[in-house]
Design a protein around this ligand. Structure first.
Ligand SMILES: [Ca+2]
Ligand SMILES: [Ca+2]
Length: 504
């Protein structure tokens, strides 16, 4: 019999700091009431398997569909890094990973002298008189002191996270490692014991308590469908228990990919497809991920309902984003940390004042664009030094073309450039990939060595970041350093050679 244990709950320190913060914040008055509120919703590790993006034909996300119907969906939106900390740090600072050197799960950006006082997106709103509040995972980690918490947001709610979990893992140990998060399956528990349920409940309370003369910036970070993917049976029952759920894969798909991508770049402990198949876990993983996606969708629906019930939907910008995607068997792997479509394409849905309803925009967009876009939508002054570009022209008219492609960076020197039609990748050893999304949405055929595409390659190389800094001090975990002189890479303390066998 499985026993429930609580892994994460409301951090008392955060709560005390939040209460303290509430009494300290004195927002500017006057102009504030004319400005729209912002509800800023993050979904952790959510790939394009949501209804508005059509990444999975069977996924059920009725609440995101409803938000999309009253807003604009960016169909070609990509993260700046396919990993939590660098992606979120980039979005919240408005700076690219190749500019800050933050590529791994550390450091916390405030430890870097040049970023210690840098104004983040929520801080820009607080400076403009907004009440800022946060629950769940927005930054990759929470500041550890009351002063640190107060520096980032006025009010802190529950930390969210996993909530309840089985005492023992549901899946067998894998030869790639036995990390406790690498787990999934049906787990009987109460939905309201989940961290994401509590994050949504707290968000709804804040919306109900909002005062009409103070605009709010409410950030809610949902943890699922990040692993471990536990859900109760009713969420699994939304999906058939058969192989129609599985994404399409091809046995020879790796044959035309540079060896660097496998041996020196994607070298992580997530289960490979071969292990999932041998252990009968592929369908279970896919179904668990979809069940968790639908669960989070329902939590977002509770927040949207509350905005409507309190009469604030018309004056609130809602933006939903995912920090990066996730492979579930494509190219023979599971997990993040790649520069392919399944790991870089993310939800980016906007609704509210100034945004045209019912639009679907195919132009490339980046998470680093959120910062300048929200400033413009809310009438806040633009800030110097932001590396994104406002999406307001596209949110007004989705036909407006966009010059800038979306750039994703994974560790120093590895970049993807996603334009309207193409994906170009350049790795640190100089090898390249090129995919034509008009003909090949699954990125199956690498065209980089085909001389007919020389001009397309040249055009995309121009967008590679000019600044491409080494890992920042304190960078750790999942940061690969590559030395072209020796053709050796260091990954998590291990030396990796090009000629090592490719992991299955
Ligand atoms: Ca993540
Ligand atoms: Ca291929």
């Amino acid at each position: 019999m499985l026993r429930s244990i609580r892994i994460l709950g409301i951090g008392w320190l955060a709560l005390v700091a939040g209460l303290l913060a509430t009494s300290l914040v004195q927002p500017c008055r006057g102009f504030a009431a004319e400005r729209p509120n912002v509800v800023f919703i993050a979904i952790d590790d959510q790939n394009d398997w949501i209804g508005p993006l059509g990444g999975h034909p069977l996924v059920k996300t009725p609440q995101l569909d409803r938000l999309a119907a009253r807003g604009t969906v960016m169909l070609n939106a990509h993260c700046q890094a396919p990993l939590c900390n660098p992606s979120r740090t980039s979005l919240l600072l408005g700076l690219r990973p190749a500019t800050t050197g933050i590529y791994g799960l550390a450091p916390w950006f405030r430890t870097l002298p040049n970023l210690a006082e840098r104004v983040t997106l929520p801080q820009a709103f607080r400076q403009a008189g907004y009440q800022t509040a946060v629950a769940g995972k927005i930054f990759h980690e929470r500041p550890r002191t009351p002063e640190g918490l107060q520096q980032e947001f006025s009010l802190w709610g529950p930390a969210g996270g996993i909530g309840v979990a089985p005492r023992q893992k549901l899946i067998p140990a894998t030869p790639m490692g036995n990390h406790p998060a690498m787990d999934w399956g049906v787990f009987p528990h109460r939905d309201d014991d989940k961290g994401d349920f509590q994050v949504a409940s707290w968000g709804c309370q804040q919306i109900r308590a909002a005062r009409s003369n103070e605009p709010f910036f409410l950030a809610l970070g949902f943890f699922l469908p990040h692993v471990p993917c536990y859900a109760t049976q009713p969420w699994f029952d939304l999906y058939p228990d058969d192989d129609t759920l599985l994404p399409e894969t091809w046995e020879d798909d790796r044959a035309d990919i540079p060896r660097f991508a496998w041996n020196l770049h994607w070298h992580l402990p997530e289960p490979r497809l071969a292990w999932l198949r041998q252990n009968g876990q592929w369908r279970n993983l896919v179904r668990s991920y979809l069940a968790c996606t639908s669960f989070v969708d329902a939590q977002i629906g509770r927040v949207l309902d509350t905005l409507e019930q309190t009469g604030q939907a018309h004056n609130t910008i809602v933006v939903v984003w995912g920090d990066h995607g996730w492979h579930l068997g494509e190219k023979g792997i599971t997990g993040k940390n790649t520069l392919w479509e399944r790991a870089t394409r993310v939800p980016l849905i906007w609704a509210g004042p100034g945004i045209t309803p019912g639009q679907r925009c195919p132009q490339p967009a980046e998470l680093v664009d959120i910062y300048p876009t929200l400033l413009e939508l809310c009438g806040l002054p633009p800030r110097d030094g932001l590396e994104g570009h406002s999406l307001v022209p596209q949110l007004r008219d989705a036909e407006t073309s966009r010059r800038h492609p979306a750039i994703t960076t994974h560790n120093q020197g590895n970049h993807s450039v996603r334009s309207l039609r193409w994906r170009y990748i350049r790795y640190a050893d100089g090898t390249e990939e090129l995919y034509d999304h008009d003909a090949d949405r699954a990125e199956r055929f690498n065209l980089a060595l085909d001389p007919r595409h020389a001009s397309t390659l040249a055009e995309h190389r121009r967008w590679l970041p000019r600044l491409d800094v080494p890992p920042a001090p304190g960078s750790a975990h999942r940061v690969l350093t590559y030395d072209p002189a020796t053709d050796l890479a260091e990954w998590e303390g291990q030396t990796v050679r090009r000629e090592d066998p490719i992991p299955e």
